[in-house]
Each structure stands twice: as C-alpha cells, then as structure tokens.
Design a protein around this ligand. Structure first.
Ligand SMILES: C[S@@+](CC[C@H](N)C(=O)[O-])C[C@H]1O[C@@H](n2cnc3c(N)ncnc32)[C@H](O)[C@@H]1O
Length: 234
C-alpha cells in the first residue's frame, strides 16, 4: 500500500504503510476486509466518467455474496455491469441520464427479483451530474437528498429477495467548511427504515481522485476514502 505525498512537502514522497493482518477465515474472498486499498480500478466502466468507482470492490462483494441477479440503480459508466458481465451474472441497471429515476417505483418493474444491489449514488452535490431536478446531485437540501435516498432504498427493497443485500458506496465532503457526513447519515436512515448492516463497513481508499491533485490555500484534514455499507433486512 503506497501513500503518495507531494514532492514539495516535508513528508516523504512515498510512505509504505502495512495493512493490518486479517484473521484466517473460510471466506471465499480472503483478502476482502474492512479496508479496501486496491490502487487500480480494473477494466470496468470508465475512468473518464466523473465520480466513477473502480470495479474490484464490486467484484469482491459479488464473489463473496454470490448473487444470481444484481441491480445497479445508478449505473454511471457501467462499472458494476462490466463486473457482472465478466462473472457471467445477470445485471439490471438504470441511470437518470437515460431517464430512469431510481427514486421512482415505476422503474422497478419488469425485471423480477434481485439478490444484490450495488448502489453508488452521487455524494449529494459534490459532483453535479446534470441539470435534471430528479438527479440526486441536484437535491436542494441535505434533507431532500436523504429523503430521495430513502425512496431508492424502499424501491430496491421492493425487488430484493429475503436474504438479499444492498451495498451502498458513499463518502462525505464539506460545503463552505461544514462537513456533510453522508455515510453516517445514510446508515442512520437505512436502520430507521428497518435495514441492518450485514457486516462491517468497508473503508475504500480513493486512489486517483480529482481533488487529490489539487492544492488548497487553507488548512483542513483531507478525506481520502469513502465508505461501503452492506445492508440486509433487519
Ligand atoms: C457516483 S455516480 C455512479 C458511478 C458508477 N458507479 C461508475 O463507476 O461509473 C452516480 C450516478 O447516479 C446517477 N443518478 C443520480 N440521481 C439519480 C436518480 N435519481 N436515478 C438514477 N440515477 C441517478 C448519476 O447520473 C450518476 O451517473
């Protein structure tokens, strides 16, 4: 694992940090732990799509839970779909950019039940994806964003098999100096809806972030991870 620092800082340019040793288990994916630190994104989706994620965490989760039918309600560049294609698993996906609003229950008809949902929503307004008022990145307030996330969860649960899982990848960010703890808020709302974490949250190191290449003339603690939470019926 390599922590890259800028050359002009007092920190060493590269600091090698060992990952904690995980206990031996019977997991079919032994390297899948509460830290996901793969610096590569893999041949899935597109790194040119703003807000894309790599495919390896999705692949690890699918190989762990072994679903037969995956739903990605916010497909973006199609990273999850590409992983499923490689693993020969059926994947249904949608995106507001193609006119499908994941908060609208009518978008969940005609494809049957799914046993795994990969949900990678906008981190609220951190990246504006389009001008569509139904896009979660255009939610006017935090409460509105969380309310729409409630609706997406509700809709996903309506097509989820009893033992199915919903994985959500999201991270926090600041607006004018005020931190927006989106992972914690989404976790709270999901539990209030009757879902429960199926396992530990997974901290995903964000390699290759656009903001990592920027310089800021103010002091703050940079966030360099996002959080994957996996839910099941409580
Ligand atoms: C973080 S990106 C997903 C990136 C994707 N995982 C990838 O690797 O390319 C979030 C996506 O959610 C979509 N989106 C936002 N609001 C939506 C909604 N109401 N219904 C469906 N998709 C939505 C955006 O258009 C965007 O493509």
């Amino acid at each position: 694992m390599v922590n890259q620092q800028r050359k002009d800082r007092t920190m060493p340019q590269q600091t090698l940090v060992p990952l904690p040793i995980a206990p031996a288990t019977t997991s079919p994916v032994p390297h899948l732990t509460s830290i996901h630190a793969n610096p590569k994104r893999g041949p899935y989706g597109s790194n040119r799509y703003r807000g894309n994620c790599g495919g390896y965490l999705i692949r690890d989760l699918i190989q762990y839970y072994k679903p037969k039918h995956v739903l990605d309600p916010m497909r973006g560049s199609g990273t999850c779909q590409d992983v499923c294609r490689e693993l020969h698993i059926t994947c249904t996906s949608m995106d507001i950019k193609e006119g499908d609003d994941a908060a609208d229950p009518h978008c969940y008809t005609g494809f049957g039940k799914v046993d795994f949902v990969w949900m990678h929503p906008p981190y609220w307004s951190m990246i504006r994806y389009n001008e569509d008022p139904d896009c979660l990145s255009n939610a006017p307030t935090l409460e509105d964003f969380l309310g729409r996330m409630d609706a997406v969860f509700h809709n996903c649960r309506s097509v989820l098999t009893p033992n199915g899982k919903i994985a959500v990848l999201i991270g926090g960010f600041s607006i004018r100096g005020r931190y927006q703890p989106l992972a914690q808020l989404v976790m709270t709302r999901a539990i209030e809806q009757g879902l429960w974490p199926a396992t530990t949250e997974i901290i995903r190191f964000q390699h290759g972030n656009t903001s990592s290449r920027r310089s800021y003339n103010r002091s703050f603690i940079p966030g360099v991870h996002d959080t994957c939470m996996i839910f099941e019926e409580g």
